[in-house]
Ligand binder design. Sequence first.
Ligand code: ADP
Ligand code: MG
Length: 253
Amino acid sequence: MAKTIAIVNQKGGVGKTTTCVNLAAALKALGSRVLVCDFDPQANTTSGFGVDKVTASPNIYDVLVNDADITKAIVHTDYADVLPTNKALTGATVEMIAMDRREYRLKDALSKVAGDYDYIFIDCPPSLELLTLNALCAADSILVPVQCEYYALEGLSDLLSTVRIVKRALNPDISMEGVVLTMYDGRTNLSLQVAEEVKRHFPGQVYATVIPRNVRLSEAPSHGLPVSAYDSFSRGAEAYAALAQEVLDQNRT
Ligand code: ADP
Ligand code: MG
């Protein structure tokens, strides 16, 4: 049965999508069966795997709203299986409001394929609304990317209190997978200070692997490739491979 991990932080631009694409591809390279669910209507994870968001049909919106068969929506790529999205997913928030088990639409859909995978990653949108709620209800755990920048911790208390409410009311089993520091620049005091502060705030929950700021990571998506395929010797590729190993070790029982 797959472990389902939501990659979540309601701030935009902190490295959720970059982490989702590259961690998923790195785990697949290590032999895991991996599905990535693109749950951000911006569809950057979809295109990050080279999947055309315009023509991919059915997509996650059809699965959530029109009860499309999830197995028909999954696109198999060399780097992971992908459940694509597009901006129609924005409308799902409104359309799901009147539906039965509206918070569990994604969980119910993913349960049909959970037996086929070791890991399912959900790339969340930058908000804490119904889409993210669906992700939190479907997830066994959350993985939180934190950018090494000013105000890194801002908003994380809102995220954690949302997760607490979800745990109490909707998904009692949800846990913290880990916090990953992103866009780390070891030459600056700021990165060092932020890393220290985040570790103080999340004792024992911050991955030893830190994702450096690396231009290859920002270039790879325009080629529709994870960084491991775009430049396997880059520091970005090495970092996500190390993070994947940490995730595997942590989940070995
Ligand atoms: P989010 O999904 O949280 O909005 P993204 O993963 O899309 O964040 O990252 C925001 C921007 O920063 C993107 O342009 C991405 O290519 C770039 N980026 C993310 N992580 C890194 C990194 N470690 N080094 C360099 N650029 C990065
Ligand atoms: Mg994103």
